[in-house]
Design a protein around this ligand. Structure first.
Ligand SMILES: [Zn+2]
Length: 64
């Protein structure tokens, strides 16, 4: 079983692709803020892992 994975998320401000390592052992839902490596703006990253271990990643504009 995989314990971590590298996911790609698009920056919501400049469109650049960023990668983030995710700890899959946490399970459920993860919600945190990551800065874009290109424009340095904060994106809210939401990761969901379902019961079949499918991983969904979503990036959103932060409210700040
Ligand atoms: Zn960006």
């Amino acid at each position: 079983m995989q314990t971590d994975d590298e996911l790609i998320w698009p920056c919501q401000y400049c469109g650049a692709e960023n990668t983030v390592w995710v700890d899959l052992t946490v399970g459920g839902k993860q919600d945190f803020v990551e800065d874009c490596r290109i424009c340095c703006r904060p994106n809210r990253i939401i990761i969901k892992i379902d019961n079949e271990e499918n991983i969904f990643v979503e990036s959103r504009i932060t409210d700040e």
